[in-house]
Structures are given as structure tokens and as C-alpha cells.
Design a protein around this ligand. Structure first.
Ligand SMILES: Nc1nc2c(c(=O)[nH]1)N[C@H]1C(S)=C(S)[C@@H](COP(=O)(O)O)O[C@H]1N2
Ligand SMILES: [Mo]
Length: 464
């Protein structure tokens, strides 16, 4: 964590978040040269053009990391050169447009013009292993001819909300130090995915009784085009059998061919699990009578800490780019329920603040006092959302109004509640409860990678 925001604070544009009559929080430039404790004085930026800004200067074009991505990432927060977070304080649609959808890449997005393995004209998917009767190789046209379904589902990085491990958990120093991308709450989005259900594929290849695990593998994205990399993740066969019509091979997102940054031409789709299970740029599925150990279920995307127990490998397990002594933590799977307001988080302790985040370190969003409606999102893919409660300044929990009906348990809902603050500083908390009665907890234990921060989030706001 070296890119501390203080070094970029001087060049940062700073924003005051205002509330319009509609209650939608809008970021607009505040042309002031204030200084933040412990940082260099802020240079006054030129006045902004006004109107609804998204981030930075309002979709001013590709980020400075453009070569790593194919789509315009001007509406996303620059976490680093392979990761871009959603600007959740600007979310207001039920379906997240691709332009606002976070990108979580281990390496730059592979491009069809440089690597034919992701070119739909040459793309192939090989399905093999000792857990099936018949090996199968399909191309893109074969896939499009297969029966498909569509589902509205949240995709969420296991590290979403990691900022709150620092801000609320205080896990900033060894030995209880959380590291990883500072998503805030923008490592999540909801899309309509069109996919060929895995049940169809399993029917074609004939699953054997001994089948234990299926490795969904890309290997395509890596340090250089046309090399083999360590990207992929296994799923237990039991999961594929239980959710054979929900898990699948996605080729469309929001009605359009899957965009390059989101795994074109075909990615795995595992609704409800952490996004890391939805392998992008899919090229291989190996179905075997043994388990697989890869980066994304050993050193990464696993719960490592005193409250968690790592799994044990078996002698005939298969290891790709990982050694048997690297089974460090319990792999992240289902995403527990959570909620967020569409308000930027005040960041005080986070090691690196994205250079185009609308608030400087320690700065609160400033909203207009008076009657208004605050909004947010809640999701709880294991059971669906039953209710959302909010409380102000540690007062009584009150039920928010849920706006959307849930087509399935994997979809999020928007919620809103009337709020009439006088001037001053407020803390608003939101708590989702799922249909099994599980509510977001007050705290969650430490894990090194900062995954699944699902405790009740606290939103600090200043009303003036
Ligand atoms: N091949 C490949 N697949 C991948 C990744 C990756 O780096 N390479 N990142 C994973 C992670 S950690 C997440 S959260 C999701 C993000 O999907 P998105 O970028 O479409 O939002 O993709 C997953 N699939
Ligand atoms: Mo992720």
C-alpha cells in the first residue's frame, strides 16, 4: 500500500455532495483551498461546469490506466492499473450499466486483436477430465446454439467493503493488517446475464459418479498476451448439481455481447458467490475426481486469520501455479447479506485513497439540510432480502421502504427512507436482514485479505 492519498491530494479535485430536491446525492466541485489535517494544502481547482457529476470531472474519458482496459473507465474509481471500482454514491438504476460496472482484474484485460483465444471467431472451450464420460470442445457458435437462460444477479468482489475493515475495524497495523484494493462499497454491480446453464453442459459430457470438483479455468489473462497464467477457480460438483440452472456460461451482459473487460467472449457465472468464482475469459473446464488448488482458493480469496481454518489437501489433488504448503485459508464462497447507502464513505484510515475519489482523507460528504429521501441498495443472495432497517446517530432502528421486488434471491433491491436532518454531523447505519432472518452483524472478525466485510456500515455525513 504505497499510493497514499496525501501525495496526490494537491492535484485532487474536491467535491461537496449536495442533495437535490429529489434527494439524489450529487457531487459538485467545491472551489476551496482548505487543508486536511496531516496533508498538504489543497490547491483551489477551477470552478466546475455544474450539473450531475459522476466522478472526477464527470466522465471525462478513459482513466490514466486506459491501456489496461477496453471500455471507457471514466465513471469508475481508479483503484490501480487493473482494478476500477463502481462510484456507488451515484448508483440509482436497478441494473448497473456496463459503464458503471466495476472491473476486477488480476492482469490487464486480454484483447481479441492480440490473443485469438478471446476472439469469438477462434474461441474454444475444452471440457475434459476423469469425472466425465465424453470430452467436449465447443466454439462460440456452438455455444450460441445451445439453450440459454437469463438471470438478474449481483456480481460482487469478495473484497467489496474492505475500506470498512480499515475504517470501522481499524485493521491497519501488523499483525492485524488488512491489505487489498480500497473498493469502498463499489466492488459490486447488478447485470442481466444470459448464459448456457451448466446443467446442459453436464448433460452433454455425462457426469461420472466419482466427479468431485470442476475447475473453471481461463489461463488467458496474464502478464503478456499468448502466455498461460494462473487465473481460474474450482467449484465443487455438488454446487453445480444443486444450482445447475443458475450457474452457467455467460455470453451476454445487459443484452449485449459480454464486454472484453467483463470476460469476453464467455465467462463463468456463479450467482451468489464472490465474483472470483465467475472466471472471465473462460477456456477450459476440467471435471475431476479430485480437488483443485489454484491462487484464487489458496493464497487469494481465502479467509486467513485466527478465526478461520484452512482446508487440507489430499494426496491426489491437482495444483496449478500453487504448492501444497500454500493452502493458507478458507476459500470465500457465498456472499453474506449487506447494504449500502448511495453516499460516499468518509475515509480516514484507508492506506490508499483512489486519486479520483470525490472526498479527501477525513472529509465528510456535505449534504443539504432539510427534508429529503436517502437511498441505498441491499442484497443477500443466499436467501434474498427480507427487510432493511436504518438508524440515525445510534437511535432506534426503523424499517426502510424497499422499492424493488426481487425476481430471484441473487438480485439486489433498492431501499429508501425519509430523512429530515438539521445542520450538523450525522452517522447513518443500514442493516439488511435476509429471508432466513440473518441480519448484518455489528462486527466481523479480522481476515488478512479483508474479504466479506458484511458488518453494519456507518455513513458519516455533514448536513448544512
Ligand atoms: N480470468 C479471470 N477471471 C476473473 C478475474 C481475473 O482476474 N481473471 N477476477 C475475478 C474477480 S476477483 C472478480 S470479483 C470478478 C469481477 O468481474 P468483473 O470485472 O466483470 O466485475 O471476476 C473474476 N474473474
Ligand atoms: Mo474479486
Amino acid at each position: 500500500m504505497s499510493n497514499d492519498s496525501n501525495s496526490t491530494a494537491a492535484g485532487r479535485r474536491r467535491f461537496l455532495v449536495r442533495t437535490l430536491a429529489s434527494g439524489v446525492a450529487v457531487a459538485t466541485s467545491s472551489a476551496v483551498g482548505q487543508s486536511v489535517p496531516g496533508s498538504a494544502p489543497i490547491v483551489a481547482p477551477p470552478p466546475a461546469a455544474g450539473g450531475r457529476l459522476t466522478i472526477g470531472e464527470g466522465g471525462r474519458g478513459p482513466s490514466r490506466f486506459a491501456p489496461s482496459f477496453v471500455k471507457d473507465v471514466g465513471l469508475l474509481t481508479d483503484l490501480n492499473d487493473t482494478n476500477q471500482g463502481g462510484a456507488w454514491w451515484n448508483f440509482d438504476t436497478y441494473i448497473t450499466p456496463v459503464s458503471q460496472f466495476y472491473i476486477r482484474n488480476a492482469f490487464p484485460t486480454p484483447r481479441a486483436e492480440l490473443d485469438r483465444r478471446v476472439d469469438p471467431r477462434h474461441w474454444q472451450l475444452k471440457i475434459h477430465g476423469d469425472g466425465i464420460e465424453r470430452e467436449l470442445v465447443i466454439n462460440y457458435d456452438d455455444l450460441l446454439k445451445m439453450p440459454s437462460r437469463s438471470i438478474i444477479s449481483v456480481m460482487q468482489c469478495a473484497g467489496n467493503g474492505r475500506s470498512l475493515f480499515w475504517e470501522q475495524g481499524g485493521f491497519v497495523d501488523d499483525p492485524m493488517k488488512v491489505s487489498g484494493n480500497g473498493w469502498g462499497l463499489g466492488g459490486v454491480g447488478q447485470a442481466e446475464w444470459q448464459y448456457v446453464p451448466i446443467s446442459h453442459i453436464l448433460g452433454l459430457v455425462g457426469l461420472k459418479k466419482n466427479a468431485k470438483s470442476a475447475l473453471f479455468w481461463s489461463g488467458v489473462d496474464g502478464k503478456a498476451a499468448n502466455t498461460q497464467s494462473d487465473t481460474g477457480r474450482p467449484l465443487p460438483i455438488s454446487e453445480l448439481l444443486e444450482r445447475g440452472n443458475d450457474i452457467g456460461l455467460a455470453f451476454k451482459m445487459n443484452g449485449m455481447p459480454l464486454p472484453a473487460d467483463h470476460g469476453a467472449p464467455v465467462r463463468a457465472l456463479v450467482p451468489g458467490w464472490c465474483g472470483g468464482a465467475s472466471t472471465k475469459w473462460l477456456t477450459e473446464i476440467k471435471i475431476a475426481s479430485h480437488d483443485f488448488w489454484v491462487r484464487l482458493n489458496t493464497t487469494d480469496h481465502t479467509m486467513i486469520g485466527p478465526d478461520y481454518t484452512p482446508p487440507k489437501g489430499a494426496p491426489n489433488d491437482e495444483y496449478r501455479f500453487i504448492r501444497p504448503d500454500q493452502l493458507l485459508g478458507d476459500p470465500v464462497t457465498w456472499q453474506p447479506g449487506r447494504s449500502a447507502l448511495t453516499v460516499p464513505l468518509m475515509l480516514v484510515k484507508q492506506p490508499g485513497i483512489p486519486p479520483n475519489y470525490p472526498l479527501a482523507r477525513g472529509e465528510m460528504p456535505v449534504m443539504k439540510a432539510g427534508p429529503q429521501v436517502l437511498r441505498g441498495y441491499a442484497w443477500a443472495p443466499q436467501a434474498g432480502v427480507r427487510r432493511v432497517d436504518v438508524r440515525v446517530n445510534g437511535g432506534r432502528w426503523e424499517e426502510a421502504r424497499i422499492i424493488d421486488s426481487q425476481p430471484n434471491r441473487y438480485a439486489w433491491v433498492r431501499f429508501e427512507f425519509p430523512f429530515s436532518p438539521r445542520g450538523g454531523d450525522y452517522v447513518v447505519e443500514t442493516r439488511a436482514t435476509d429471508r432466513n432472518g440473518n441480519a448484518q452483524p455489528a462486527t466481523v472478525p479480522f481476515n488478512q485479505g479483508g474479504y466479506n466485510f458484511v458488518a453494519i456500515p456507518k455513513f458519516h455525513m455533514r448536513f448544512a
